[in-house]
Design a protein around this ligand. Structure first.
Ligand SMILES: Cc1ncc(COP(=O)(O)O)c(C=O)c1O
Length: 361
């Protein structure tokens, strides 16, 4: 089976599985915010329409200033990128021909980017049987032997968050051997306010590189907005590697307004806290395993039938629900489904179908 590499491709999946269905599939496979894009965004893009007739400001000065203010860092700590994906590939380029560790299961693009730049990658694994905790003693050892460790916090696909004390330990160890810790924070805005971004740590840890994306929070995968936060020396090297005008003028125009929209973020956190509590509670009662997630997606497996995940995937699909298979997440081998938290009525639809599965299985 030629499973697609990423979520959010309902039409492709319909074709692949030859599903004849007039109504649209409910897409729980992409982990985007159902509240987005913000209601004002369309009008603002229209307002800036004439900007497409000019090249963007190559220094993206207004956007960089707003990102630096938003993150509490200096402007020379920031590099604007064409989505989180470009951020990943630029950082991989920085470590070309070196040695890296990737902790799986995680986002597959770290591995692809490392391969692209001939990085010698060692795979290690979260402890699945131990709530997907990090194997801290193993990582400590690996830090000594490698140039960079790629971590995702919160992690895609588990939704778990590496504890601050563990990260501090890795960064301190890394300082001794000049090993860099790259932390992808693409989903950080979905965390409760009690777990902030690591951006304020940049001042204390020269070996910390943060990757960010605005894609998931604002539901704008088609716009492409991301950034890197790191020491100015690293930012300068990466800037030289970046293709000219990598970020377009419309994106450059809307970034300050996106970052200022505090009420959108508040509403998102309120929706997520309410919906995730309710969904997780009901699914646990129905005897499904849910990874200890803190964000807008989770891994699910039927505790009663842990070997029947693929069957469950098809059952959901036949009932109009698309989930994310986990065949290309190393260490999961398709044994779980990744499912997003969506709007209330959609979550209720998912739960009703899972209830049917439980009654029939
Ligand atoms: C962990 C993680 N980082 C980065 C990205 C890429 O983000 P963007 O769409 O902004 O390129 C994704 C997309 O799924 C992701 O899951």
């Amino acid at each position: 089976m030629n499973w697609p590499n990423h979520g959010g491709q309902p039409e492709k999946l319909k074709q692949l599985f030859n599903i004849k269905m007039d109504r649209e599939l409910l897409d729980f496979s992409a982990n985007l915010n159902p509240l987005g894009p913000p209601s004002w965004l369309k009008a603002t893009l229209d307002e800036h329409y004439e900007k497409i007739t000019r090249y963007p400001d190559p220094s993206y000065s207004k956007s960089i200033l707003s990102i630096a203010d938003h993150e509490g860092v200096e402007q020379d700590n920031v590099l604007l990128t064409n989505g989180g994906a470009e951020a990943i590939f630029l950082v991989a380029k920085y470590f070309e021909n070196k040695k890296a560790v990737i902790v799986h299961p995680t986002f597959s693009e770290y591995e692809r980017a490392c391969k692209h730049y001939d990085i010698d990658v060692e795979d290690i694994f979260y402890e699945q049987e131990n709530s997907f905790n990090l194997p801290t003693s193993v990582i400590k050892e690996k830090i000594k032997e490698n140039d960079v460790i790629f971590l995702c916090r919160p992690n895609n696909p588990t939704g778990t968050v590496i504890a601050e004390e563990d990260l501090q330990l890795y960064l301190e160890e890394g300082k001794k051997t000049e090993t860099y810790i790259v932390v992808d924070e693409a989903f950080v805005d979905f965390l409760p306010t009690s777990i902030p971004s690591l951006s304020t740590w940049l001042a204390s840890y020269p070996n910390l590189i943060l990757l960010r994306s605005l894609t998931k929070l604002y539901t704008i995968p088609g716009l492409r907005i991301g950034y890197i936060l790191a020491q100015p020396t690293i930012i300068n090297v990466l800037k030289n590697e970046q293709i000219p005008w990598s970020v377009n003028s419309l994106v450059d125009a809307v970034i300050p307004k996106l970052l200022e929209d505090g009420s959108f973020l508040e509403n998102t956190r309120a929706w997520l806290s309410e919906q995730s509590e309710s969904v997780h509670g009901i699914l646990a009662e129905l005897d499904f395993y849910i990874s200890p997630t803190q964000v807008n997606f989770y891994l699910l497996r039927d505790k009663k039938h842990p070997k029947r995940t693929e069957e469950l995937f098809y059952f959901l699909l036949e009932h109009g629900i698309l989930t994310r298979h986990t065949h290309n997440f190393k260490g999961l081998n398709g044994e779980f489904l990744r499912i997003a938290i969506r709007a209330k009525e959609e979550n209720e639809r998912l739960i009703a179908v899972l209830q049917n599965w439980r009654n029939e299985s």
